[in-house]
Design a protein around this ligand. Sequence first.
Ligand SMILES: Nc1ncnc2c1ncn2[C@@H]1O[C@H](COP(=O)(O)OP(=O)(O)O)[C@@H](O)[C@H]1O
Ligand SMILES: [Mg+2]
Length: 206
Amino acid sequence: MFYERLPLSAEPNPDILTPTVLRRADIGESYWDDNLDAIPDHLSYKDLVAGYIMKIHEYERGGYGLLLAGPFGTGKTALGSIILKEALMRRARCFTVRCAVMVDRLWSKNRQELPNGAPFEEGLTNVNFLFIDDFEVYDSKPKNNAVEQIIYARYARRLPTIIATNLKWEDVFDLPYLKSLLKDRYWPCPVTGINWRDNPPVSPNR
Ligand SMILES: Nc1ncnc2c1ncn2[C@@H]1O[C@H](COP(=O)(O)OP(=O)(O)O)[C@@H](O)[C@H]1O
Ligand SMILES: [Mg+2]
C-alpha cells in the first residue's frame, strides 16, 4: 500500500526523488527542479519555509501544517512542492491535490485511485503530508464540508496538511472550521514580494 503514514528517516536521501516517486506524489513536472535557493534572501517567507523543513520531523509528528497565502504567481505551488520533495527524500508518503479536483471527485464519488495506487479518500487522509493547492471557499455548504472533512480527518490524526491559496487572510479566516484549526496547528506563511511569472521575475524591494 502506498498511502499509509511512514516513519520519516533521519537524513534526506536525494536518490529517492525519481520521476516515478514524484509522479506518484502528483508533483507537477515543472516544479521538480524548483528550490529555495532562487528566492531572494530578504523575502521573509524563505526563512519560514526553510525553518519548517529544518524541523520537518517534529512538525510531521505533531501534525503541524503551513498555510501559504498570496497572489497568483508568487511561488506558492513551488513552495508546497519543495516541502513535499523534502518529505519524500525522508521516505514520507506525500500527495498533492488541487482543491477543485478534490471537491469534484469527492462530490461525484469518483472512486478512481490516486496516482500512487491509493483509494482516493483513504489516500488523502492517510499520507504523511497532503498538499492542498489552490484552496478555495465555495458558495455551496456541502462543497465546503467535503474540504473540511479531509482537513479535519488529518488534523484529528495529527497529520500535517500544507494549504496554498490565492485568498486573502480575512477570507480564509472567515471559514469557522479553518480558523480554529489554523489557530492551533498551522504556521501562517504570507507569500508575497516576487512575481515569478514576470520575465524576468520581479522583486519590488531589490
Ligand atoms: N523557488 C523557485 N525556484 C524556481 N522557480 C520558481 C520558484 N518559485 C516559483 N517558481 C516558478 O515560477 C512560476 C510560478 O510559481 P507558482 O508556484 O506556480 O506560483 P503560484 O502557485 O503562487 O501561482 C512557476 O513556473 C514556478 O516553477
Ligand atoms: Mg499555484
